[in-house]
Write a protein that binds this ligand. Structure first.
Ligand code: G3I
Length: 352
């Protein structure tokens, strides 16, 4: 089309033919969402120990909250009945303090990454005593230094029934109440959370809400509900996520998206060993943009969004459900370069 014809069309449509000056992009994640919610990353044991400078630089730049991916789990903290090892947790807490980040304690009572000596207990009174000693010694030691604890992790099945863990089996549902009571007793200023995956499944959602209401009725402190965001390009739908955020917030608690990563792989295939095709990279950027638009819409209910890892190379999804996959779920690539999905999130942060 000739230039004069273009001018004529613009004129008759009443639009300016001048190109809009590009809006300056925010470039730092936690600043981009400063008035909405915290931005966190899970950091792995090498990073906690200060051994991966490029990853640490990303965390320092973009996060105002951190979670230890594995180091704070029971198996690592009390590997034997008479032996606590706080070295890694001390390093993690010191990192958070040094960089003024909100540190999240992940996690106190969870059936997985539980030492065998706890798994093997079959006596109810003994298990209660062990759980009490663990929470008292551990959460007590870091009182005033942890912003919030994932007190109980993954206690329900997808249909809302209790997961058949050693805690449920030998203590019953009361293990949840006791864990929250005690965590509050030993660290009265820490926020206390329940955290789980598949939190958009209606059965699990109803059970978690009923559990929260039971704690509230008994005046036991609980501050927030963590929806682990281990999602895919298509599941769960935005509608299911939105409905769940609203349902959890109706308890009066804060909602957190605690373990966000988006798998791009079909469940039983590993098609992108040599790189992610542009079309899939676009889909990933679109998915992250859609999610963050939703989080912005509900930022009055959401207090934190934490990515489950810093870069694609460290993601647990490279080994799940089978070892040796090449997944691309996070915001930075294996060489620590920002991906298109990081820019898509920064872009939507500018929306009202
Ligand atoms: O540290 C050992 C290492 O010494 C050994 O050589 C190697 C051999 O496999 O294993 C290493 O331990 C692995 C550990 O991650 C540290 O990399 C374990 O096998 C592996 O099972 C463990 O996986 C972790 C998983 O929790 C365990 O359940 C993932 O890193 C961690 O991302 C994942 O995180 C969980 C959240 O805590 C709760 N929600 C679900 C989420 C994803 O599964």
């Amino acid at each position: 089309m000739r230039f004069s014809a273009l001018i004529l069309i613009c004129f008759s449509l009443g639009v300016s033919c001048k190109r809009e000056a590009p809006q300056p992009h925010p470039s730092i994640l936690h600043e981009a969402f400063a008035d909405r919610f915290l931005i966190g990353f899970a950091i792995n044991n090498q990073q906690v120990r200060g051994n991966e400078a490029d990853a640490i630089a990303i965390v320092k730049k973009h996060a105002n909250s951190i979670t230890a991916e594995n180091d704070m789990k029971w198996q690592n903290v009390q590997p034997a009945v008479d032996f606590f090892n706080f070295t890694a947790v001390d390093a993690f807490v010191a990192f958070g303090e040094e960089h003024k980040m909100k540190t999240i304690g992940h996690t106190l009572v969870w059936h997985s990454q539980l030492p065998n000596w706890v798994h093997n207990i079959t006596d109810s009174a003994e298990l209660v005593a062990v759980m009490e000693q663990f929470i008292t010694s551990y959460a007590g030691r870091y009182a005033g230094k942890i912003h919030g604890w994932d007190v109980v992790n993954e206690a329900f099945n997808n249909d809302g029934s209790y997961r058949d863990t050693v805690f449920y089996k030998y203590i019953g549902p009361r293990f949840i109440e006791r864990a929250f009571e005690l965590a509050h007793e030993v660290d009265p200023n820490a926020e206390l959370y329940y955290n789980d995956y598949n939190m958009t499944f209606p059965g699990k959602r109803n059970a978690v809400i009923a559990m929260v209401q039971n704690l509230q009725a008994k005046n036991i402190r609980i501050d927030g509900i963590g929806m682990q965001g281990h999602w895919t390009l298509t599941h769960p739908s935005l509608e299911e996520i939105e409905e769940s955020i609203i349902a959890y917030a109706s308890t009066g608690l804060q909602v957190m998206i605690t373990e966000l990563d988006i798998s791009v792989l079909p469940r039983n295939e590993n098609p992108y060993r040599n790189g992610l095709p542009e079309s899939v990279s676009n889909q990933l950027a679109q998915r992250y943009a859609d999610l963050f638009r939703l989080f912005i819409k509900h930022s009055d209910k959401i207090s934190r969004v934490t990515f489950w890892g810093v870069h694609d190379g460290q993601s647990w999804l490279n080994d799940h459900p089978t070892l040796g996959r090449t997944n691309y779920p996070l915001l930075f690539d294996r060489n620590y370069n920002p991906k298109q999905c990081l820019y898509s999130i920064l872009e939507v942060s500018q929306y009202k």
